[in-house]
Ligand binder design. Structure first.
Ligand code: NAD
Ligand code: ZN
Ligand code: ZN
Length: 362
């Protein structure tokens, strides 16, 4: 029997989100229903609401979640009812050309639930990043569920489901930060701060946090940044060069995703260094007038980071273990715990820069 639960949707571009009834079908083959316990508010949810991802309204928002498997459909062998799981939005297929060549984190054919969740009138919902977790129960593909240590706090480890994994992975997986390297991170919200933490975990020597908000710089310093730059007050390229012997950083991570921040990242990097774009630009954004000779002459690598190039089955349990051992402070990302009715207010707090993460507790 389909169940009716409460969830948060974006019905139209730019309109405030609404708390409505959501109909969740029984899991079909390969599908799973999950009782959501906690779900972080990510900037990507706001991008959906603003029409910056696509126009497939209405969206069921929320995608950084942890919960407990409620029921499983035919053929599901990887999880069973009662398992504590972190949801992921890249359930790898195992069979596409990326998976077959041994690079499943690039999987080009990731899995989502086949059946739609709907409004009470039958209107299908587009789940944010194929998850949709600002809802009491959600329907996902079994591969979107990764079992982790059930002793872990749902609000903290649910954040591995998106922004914190993206930032950690941008540093550890995409950039491959090594001991002693210099790293600069532009934009220290949830994603950028996680990139700072990931750089520290990987042993970076110098970690420069750049933001336009001093509160973000303070929290980044508390989590491993060795230097901070307010780019409203100081030119970030010059400031990063100044603390790296005049050269620029080995790795610069753009966790904002705007032409001006990517350009800063490009020029704040040492010769043969690496730029990682983990912030998500909108389709209209352009990099005008970048001299091609600078791309060639500066060498190195210009990379993007989808979901921190993570492999959930490898990375989530490992990171939860580090968290449980006190070596990865995921609690520091949970600025506040809120209810389902508070998502719109959380967007405003995120917009004002008041929080790293607001986390909906169900
Ligand atoms: N690549 C991925 O897989 C992935 C996953 C999750 C989120 N994201 C994207 O990462 C980006 C950041 O997400 P978030 O949740 O951390 O957002 P957030 O709103 O929490 O943080 C953004 C931060 O950037 C700062 N900022 C804004 N403009 C700036 C500028 N010009 N220079 C320096 N700092 C500036 C803000 O003060 C804020 O601290 C978003 O674009 C989001 O969509 C990407
Ligand atoms: Zn694949
Ligand atoms: Zn996200």
């Amino acid at each position: 029997m389909p169940t009716t639960v409460v969830g948060v949707i974006a019905r139209a571009k730019g309109e405030p989100v609404e708390t409505v009834d959501v109909v969740v079908p029984d899991p079909g083959p390969g599908e799973v229903t999950v009782t959501v316990q906690a779900c972080g508010v990510c900037h990507t949810d706001l991008h959906y609401r603003e029409g910056g991802i696509n126009d497939d309204f209405p969206f069921l928002l929320g995608h950084e979640a942890a919960g407990v498997v409620e029921s499983v459909g035919d053929g599901v062998t990887t999880v069973e009812p009662g398992d504590f799981v972190v949801l992921n939005w890249r359930a790898v297929c195992g069979d596409c050309r990326a998976c077959r060549r041994g690079e499943p984190w690039y999987c080009f054919s990731t899995h989502n639930a086949a059946q739609p969740m709907t409004l009470a009138d039958g209107t299908p919902l587009s789940p944010a990043l194929g998850i949709g977790a600002f809802v009491e129960t959600t329907l996902v593909h079994a591969g979107q569920c990764t079992k982790v240590d059930p002793q872990a706090r749902p609000a903290a480890v649910g954040l591995l489901g998106c922004g914190v994994m993206a930032g950690l992975g941008a540093a550890i997986n995409t950039a491959g930060v090594r001991r002693g390297q210099s790293v600069a991170v532009i934009g220290c919200g949830g994603v950028g701060t996680a990139a700072v933490v990931g750089s520290a975990l990987a042993g970076a020597g110098t970690i420069v946090a750049v933001d336009v908000d001093d509160r973000k710089l303070d929290s980044a310093r508390g989590l491993g940044a060795t230097h901070t730059v307010n780019s409203r007050e100081q030119d970030p390229v010059e400031a990063i060069q100044a603390v790296t012997g005049g050269y620029g950083a080995d790795v610069v991570i753009d966790a904002v995703g705007r032409p001006e921040t990517w350009r800063q990242a490009f020029y704040a990097r040492d010769l043969a260094g690496t730029v990682v774009l983990v912030g998500v630009p909108t389709p209209d954004m352009r990099i005008p007038d970048l001299p091609l000779i600078d791309v060639f002459g500066r060498g190195g690598a210009l990379k993007s980071s989808w979901y921190g190039d993570c492999l959930p089955s490898r990375d989530f349990p490992m990171l939860v273990d580090l968290y449980r051992q006190g070596r990865l402070d995921l609690d520091a990302f949970v600025s506040e715990e809120i209810g389902l009715g508070d998502v719109e207010a959380a967007f405003e707090k995120m917009h004002r820069g008041d929080v790293l993460r607001s986390v909906v507790i169900l």
